[in-house]
Design a protein around this ligand. Structure first.
Ligand code: UDP
Length: 240
């Protein structure tokens, strides 16, 4: 089974991908490993842009549960994603890859503000654009930001890097009979509440016909492999 070639992709990385084996924060080796994955994909001729989460540093919902005002906590979460984007930018530039960070919350002495047409121009010039600060709005997630930016940047697919190799019928860690879907429809993901991305992000991808490819980003070389149509992954698309 081969996947179609997606030339331009948006790669969504959760903040946890940057933690390495630590309990929180940013591990430089994990950042370097992710940068190598991106470099290998770029070397294959793909155009990439990235959205990175912030869960390794701060999660708005968890903080709200402890008594923080939700909107304030969410803004703190968005700031965490900027730190992660800078860490990834640093790791990518160490590998000689030209990058730009654009933040949905303007902070002009740190990075560029998000300007869609400028981001498109960066991509045309071969730069990797890292979108930080999510959507810039509380009550959203970086998954929704990924779907939004993927649509805005005309991406052919949204690649969601996780620690499992796709979407299963049940939790494979709890149920030995769980099977991995090769492809699954947006509607089934929403109906069966399959844990892929939040419902707003899935619906946005469905409405804009952007397939979501769920793959294991912790396995070295896997992003380039999956992009080349090999390896294991699950594609969420319009038809089953
Ligand atoms: N966040 C937000 N609006 C956005 C994106 C993110 O308020 O558009 C906040 C929210 O509090 C979230 C935190 O930023 O918990 C970190 O993002 P997320 O949890 O999506 O990161 P991930 O789980 O991918 O590491």
């Amino acid at each position: 089974m081969t996947r179609p070639r997606f030339n331009r992709i948006l790669l969504k990385l959760s903040g946890e991908a940057l933690m390495g084996s630590g309990p929180f924060g940013i591990d430089p080796d994990a950042a370097a490993g992710l940068a190598s994955e991106v470099a290998a994909a770029k070397a294959q001729g793909h155009e990439l842009c990235l959205v990175v989460g912030g869960g390794n540093i701060f999660r708005g919902m968890a903080a709200a549960a402890k008594g923080f005002d939700r909107a304030t906590a969410d803004y703190m979460g968005m700031l965490a994603t900027v730190m992660n984007a800078l860490a990834l930018q640093n790791a990518l530039e160490k590998q000689g890859i030209d990058t730009r960070v654009q933040s949905a919350i303007p902070m002009s002495s740190v990075c560029e503000p998000y300007i869609r047409r400028r981001a498109l121009r960066h991509m045309e010039k071969g730069r990797i654009v890292l979108f930080a600060a999510g959507t810039g709005n509380p009550y959203f997630t970086t998954d929704t930001a990924a779907a939004l930016r993927a649509a805005e940047m005309g991406c052919h697919a949204l690649f969601k890097g996780t620690s499992v190799d796709g979407i299963y019928t049940a939790d494979p860690k709890k149920d030995v009979a769980a099977n991995r879907y090769e492809t699954v429809s947006f509607d089934r993901v929403l109906r069966d509440n399959l844990k892929v991305m939040d419902a707003a992000a899935v619906a946005l991808c469905r409405d804009n016909n952007i397939p979501i490819v769920v793959f294991n980003v912790r396995q070295p070389g896997n992003l380039a492999q999956v992009l080349a149509g090999h390896g294991t992954a699950t594609t969420v698309q319009s038809e089953e």
